[in-house]
Ligand binder design. Sequence first.
Ligand code: HAM
Length: 432
Amino acid sequence: MESIKAQRGTQDMLPAVAGQWQAVEGVMRSEAEISGFREIRTPVFEDTRLFQRSVGETTDVVQKEMYTFEDKGGRSVTLKPEGTAGAVRAYLEHGLFNEPMPVKLYYVTPCYRYERAQAGRLREFHQFGVEMFGSSLPVADAGLIAFANGLFDRLCVKNLTLKINSIGCPTCRAEYAKALTAYFTEQKDRLCETCLSRLDRNPMRILDCKSPECAEVAKGAPHILDYLCDDCRKHFEEVKEILDSANIAYEVDPTIVRGLDYYTRTVFEFVSGDLGAQSTVCGGGRYDGLVEEMGGAKTPALGFALGIERLLLVMAAQKVQFPEEDPCELYIASVGEAARKKAFLLVQKLRDCAVEAACDEMDRSLNAQMKYAGKLGAQFTLVLGDDELASGKGIIKNMKTGEKKKIDLDNDFEGQFAGISTEAADGEGLAF
Ligand code: HAM
């Protein structure tokens, strides 16, 4: 029979790498909480209209990449292609706007985009993201960028380039759209079909079309920075000033417009040279109009998301050391049925005290058990046989030093073992 494989663009997370995921997620969560963000979890699927309205009808994500299907009740639902829309919906639906401002949320979530799969570009991927509601101040933009920057430092990720731009507000964008339409109309023959349909509806979307020919045409397009209104220009200048004062290096890149429709003013991306074509590890910006568009009160907001798979690719390329997994502390080998049962009971006692311990579950010979203990990296071993059961005493062996210590099997076994094992923690390999 044909064997069934994982779907294209999806990845199994095997135990060998799950530890890395736990480590990076742990850092993200703790850094987010230190900075005042609280976790939000929203459903994996939502009403399709949520993404059409927020991400935007003319974006690649909505036009080409959504996993949309009808459920058994005839409703059109979509697997979330990103985290912002669901967070905004939940913020409105549950009245989080009644909480003290700014409301600061973070999430770790799977996302789904039907894209051409390649290294760093998946159909199921994971984002760590933050969203912040209520502040229109440039210090919030700079603070968010500083937070992302600090997070990469904590994760020992180097050589990222921070690119920033301002894409203005609806007022300045109206002027800009006219200039873009004029430019692209002259180059109409070179545009793909999707972009031709964007020409009247949303010419800015042509700037991030993935077709090589459109990208070539986009290179000569006018830049939004030349069209910013006074307020947007002032906001952008202040963001840069604060970043300068915090010694956060950045490049102003007027070609960054982001692939989602909701952005206003500041947009930014962290780009890695270690990642081939899919070089953007993290992207975000301000979206001052979205909450109102989704039915809420006028609320300035901003956020970013980073792709965890891409982050791990960069960390692998840079050979970042991950914390080592906790090894087995004690392996209790046994000879005979009665000894196996005793080993089982002693292991339960240790596990109750959060000590990682193991015993034979495979009916292995003593020799094979000791080999297995070696594979587990057991720091200590204890062998139980008839003699040990009869005397109620055993010998704990430190596998590193060979040192042996007597232990009473029937009297505070776990407490005695704790005493013996305290010197074993050497903290090696804790890279971040
Ligand atoms: P985005 O730029 O579409 O922004 O995605 C953020 C990050 O998700 C990207 O920088 C990338 O690392 C990762 N990513 C995106 N697509 C894929 C894919 N197919 N495979 C692997 N990784 C991928 C957003 O999603 C916005 N919601 C960010 C945001 C939050 N803006 C404001 N708040």
